[in-house]
Design a protein around this ligand. Structure first.
Ligand SMILES: [Zn+2]
Length: 457
């Protein structure tokens, strides 16, 4: 029987990554991501899988971000009990991410019950903390470059993707056929991580296309220095909605560099997110160990301490920043302002012209972050509309996703052309644009698979 691949998410969208490899004997799911963003997308998290979760033999997890890992507890809840092949740092970061996600799912269900807007009499969470606790022992930390055999007829090797700490591309071999799944690809210029390794020789490549139609241009470090300086000069504060894992570290390193060079004033820098602080501790540990995934010569774990780094752990410490007692920089999650503590800060800071909001990552359709980048004059938060008078600046170079040229360079690095490239993990325009460039510039077959599409490997 032919080995097949099936695209169960991240087709025509950037979230919900799930690719199912079926050898006829074994079923392996590569990434088990959560759909995020618009309500119609989130609703898809509740749709049944095309096969019982108990029939999935193993999962390969490329990295800890929720749109790749966030469905794992739901799989476990539905009966999955196989190994989850991933790196050690991904296992550690995924624990932080999944615990937070279960907490949010529980909160959402409780809120829906009290607000009475659910169609269900007793709204229940997609999964809860108990499901996460059952999920964690299944993690099978695997060193990069090592081949493992999660099922008798499937071999898996992970190699560095340079996207976040622990991130990997997956090389999967079954019945003599070989596929590389990129997961999310980092930028060769990531300030902390070594660049992604090129794909090994294979028959098919599944590649992400978050920025498949864009080039990260410009000197964003200079722009960041300017916006911070003028905001502090006019007596305002800067709020930076940031993804808790990796983006916070990248922003802190940039601020530290700017402070050292005297390019920004010395003001308190708050990290206000328990999840970001837990992830920061993992990054500090990797630095202290001199992990080879990190760039050499970064310095010690204090590379993140931008002058006056202050950690806001408790809700009370967070509330004390609404507004901050003096002009400050506040880094807080979530990165697209869909929830979390940053929403409270935005509510307080957006109406005042002196303040600034700096968006440092991809802002998906339907999120408050996207509305801000598109020039929204008011934003709805916790049921109220708030005026947007603060300065809004979007800095794309802080992205930890490769841009179109960098993705093409990564593909070009393979020792022999694959038979086909499947372009996933992008909004339709980005995926189509990248597929076009793969055909034009590399002369390879490139396809944007339909959601749910099944192909022979
Ligand atoms: Zn990611």
């Amino acid at each position: 029987m032919a080995t097949t691949l099936r695209f169960l998410g991240a087709a025509g969208t950037v979230t919900g990554s799930k690719t199912l490899l079926d050898t006829g004997r074994s079923q392996v799911m590569i990434d088990a991501g959560l759909f995020q963003g618009l309500r119609d997308l989130r609703r898809r998290n509740w749709e049944p899988l095309p096969l019982p979760a108990a029939e999935i033999d193993a999962v390969v997890l490329t990295h800890a971000h929720l749109d790749h890992s966030g469905y794992l507890p739901a799989l476990v809840d539905q009966g999955f009990s196989g190994p989850i092949v991933t790196t050690r740092w991904t296992a550690e970061l995924a624990e932080i991410v999944l615990r937070d996600s279960a907490h949010l799912q529980e909160e959402d269900a409780a809120y829906a019950a009290t607000a009475g807007y659910s169609r269900h009499a007793q709204p229940r969470p997609l999964y809860d903390s108990a499901d996460v606790a059952r999920c964690l022992p299944l993690f099978h930390p695997t060193p990069l470059g090592t081949t493992v055999t999660p099922c008798p007829d499937v071999q898996v090797r992970l190699q560095s993707a340079g996207h976040i700490l622990g991130s990997a591309t997956a090389f999967v071999e079954a019945a003599g056929r070989r596929v590389v799944v990129s997961g999310d690809l980092g930028r060769p210029s990531h300030p902390l991580l070594a660049p992604p390794l090129p794909p090994p020789a294979c028959d098919a490549i599944v590649v992400e296309s978050t920025y498949g139609d864009r080039t990260h241009a410009g000197d964003d470090l200079a722009t960041l220095a300017d916006v911070v300086t003028r905001t502090i000069d006019r007596g305002g504060s800067v709020v930076i909605p940031s993804f808790a894992v990796d983006r916070t570290e990248v922003v802190l390193v940039a601020l530290r560099r700017l402070a050292e060079q005297g390019r920004i004033p010395n003001v308190p820098v708050y990290v206000d997110s328990p999840m970001a602080l837990s992830a920061l501790a993992v990054y500090r540990r990797a630095l202290a160990e001199g992990d080879p995934e990190l760039r050499p010569g970064l310095g010690g774990p204090d590379v993140f301490d931008a002058g006056e780094l202050r950690e806001a752990h408790t809700a009370q410490e967070s509330r004390a920043l609404d507004p901050p007692p003096q002009p400050s920089i506040v880094i807080s999650a979530s990165g697209m302002a869909t929830g979390g503590r940053v929403v409270h800060h935005l509510k307080q800071l957006l109406p005042d012209r002196r303040n600034a909001v700096v968006l440092v990552g991809y802002q998906a359709e339907g999120t408050r972050g996207r509305d801000l980048t598109e020039g929204a004059r008011q934003l709805k938060m916790h049921g109220h509309y708030v005026a947007v008078r603060a300065e809004v600046v979007a800095l794309h170079a802080f992205s930890v996703h490769a841009d179109a040229g960098e993705i093409l360079d990564w593909l070009r690095g393979t020792p022999e052309p694959p038979e086909v490239v499947y372009v996933v993990h992008g909004e339709p325009r980005s995926s189509a644009a990248l597929a076009e460039r793969v055909r034009d510039e590399l002369g390879w077959v490139a396809v944007v698979p339909r959601d749910g599409e099944l192909v022979h490997l």
